[in-house]
Ligand binder design. Structure first.
Ligand code: GMT
Length: 378
């Protein structure tokens, strides 16, 4: 099959899913065309069957707000025509599904089909803002197939957008060969923590929804009781506030900020606990990657996280903002070697059994085949 993927290439879960999915499709012999303003950060550009098409945005004094959605639609149309693309896979409703709908209209005779994957904030934050509500709804209604990354997100989409169409749940996935406890390197770990110190890890794009200050508060409470260090991976609006709070608490020297790192498997595998105290999380891909590395996650009972983590078995769940409870239970786990080992094993087992890359990508391929058959796509 020939598949065009439109996604946000920046640091974030939807870009990771688009990148990992495209690379797995390419390994299986499908032709994958990324269409974006830069390659998704995890995509290896030298892989066979992977192509990248740059969307250029014209700035012109008359345009106070230059449009990205229109040149993206134009570029998708070019790619469909030049390469005989049969499927456009839009990751994140805005603006990708809308550009895909335009591209489909511009080359009606091509029979190209649209699969839109909803990732989370495209529904829960951006899509339900008044300025984007109707266009998001249109993108959902007009796609040939729509998937959501969790039951929670599918439910929210039906509820918030009053759409009746079918939304298939295709969860996030992980390559458990790459995300594995064996990736732990003592040499790398020593850069962030001494052997007697516990290493707490957080990865995100440091947006408000991630509650990065709760990460700091949980860490501070644990670090008061036991020697501990914090490893912060990623960058974003709340990074400076996190650094400031650590400095106020006298803990700045105990935290490392390494910025956005594409290959996080080794960093995750060095951790003793992964913190994801988000206010909303449609799935929590970073948590899944930590679990695959055998690192227990402390998360919130928010969004799709309870579909991933069973409290007390494969991780710890607390209410949003319950930093005392998160710290107390995190500390108990760190101090009980047997429980920590058991939770680490269960977490890895859940990742391998329920979210393996091969079977989740099979589901996307089956969906592509289904919509192609329904529309006679190439
Ligand atoms: O985590 C983020 O904020 C990035 C965001 C994105 O769209 O890039 O991630 C969303 O999509 C991921 C992949 O499907 C999910 O695992 C994340 O849970 C989801 N983030 C939120 O819902 C906040």
């Amino acid at each position: 099959m020939k598949i065009a993927i439109a996604c946000h290439p920046t640091y974030g879960g939807s870009g990771v899913v688009a990148a990992e999915l495209g690379m797995e499709l390419a390994r299986r012999g499908h032709e994958v065309h990324y269409v974006s303003y830069e390659p998704p950060f995890r995509v290896s550009r030298v892989m066979e069957n992977i192509f990248f098409h740059d969307v250029e945005v014209l700035t012109y004094p008359l345009f106070r707000y230059p449009s990205y959605a229109l040149p993206l639609a134009a570029k998708l149309t070019e790619v469909i025509r030049a390469h005989g693309v049969g499927i456009m896979h839009a990751h994140y409703a805005i603006p990708h599904s809308i550009s895909a709908i335009l591209a489909k209209q511009m080359c009606r005779a091509c029979g190209v089909r649209i699969v839109t994957t909803l990732h989370g904030t495209d529904i829960t934050l951006v899509g339900n803002d008044r300025s984007f509500y109707e266009i998001t709804r249109f993108g959902i209604e007009e796609s040939d197939a729509v998937t959501a990354v969790s039951e929670y997100l599918a439910r929210e989409t039906h509820k918030q957008f009053a759409v009746t169409r079918a939304i298939s749940v295709v969860p996030n996935f992980v390559d458990t060969e790459i995300y594995a406890p064996e990736r732990r390197s003592e040499a790398l770990r020593r850069r962030f923590a001494a052997p007697n110190e516990r290493l707490l890890v957080h990865i995100s794009n440091f947006r408000r929804v991630k509650r990065v200050l709760d990460v700091v508060e949980v860490f501070a409470r644990i670090a008061r009781a036991t020697p501990a260090r914090l490893l912060m991976v990623g960058a974003g609006p709340d990074l400076a506030a996190a650094e400031l709070r650590l400095a106020e608490l006298g803990l700045k020297e105990r935290a490392s900020f390494v910025g956005p790192v594409a290959d996080v498997a080794e960093l995750l595998a060095c951790g003793d606990l992964f913190l994801l105290p988000s206010e909303s999380e449609s799935f929590g891909l970073a948590a899944l990657e930590a679990m695959a590395c055998g690192v227990p996650v402390i998360g919130t009972r928010a969004g799709g996280l309870p579909e991933l983590i069973q409290d007390g078995e494969s991780g710890i769940l607390a209410e949003i903002g319950a930093v005392e409870e998160m710290a107390r239970r995190g500390l108990e786990l760190l101090e009980d070697v047997e429980s920590h080992r058991a939770m680490s094993r269960t977490a890895r087992d859940v990742a391998r059994r329920r979210f393996p890359i091969a079977s989740v990508v099979d589901r996307y391929v089956a969906l592509y085949e289904e919509v192609s058959a329904a529309g006679g796509a190439r």
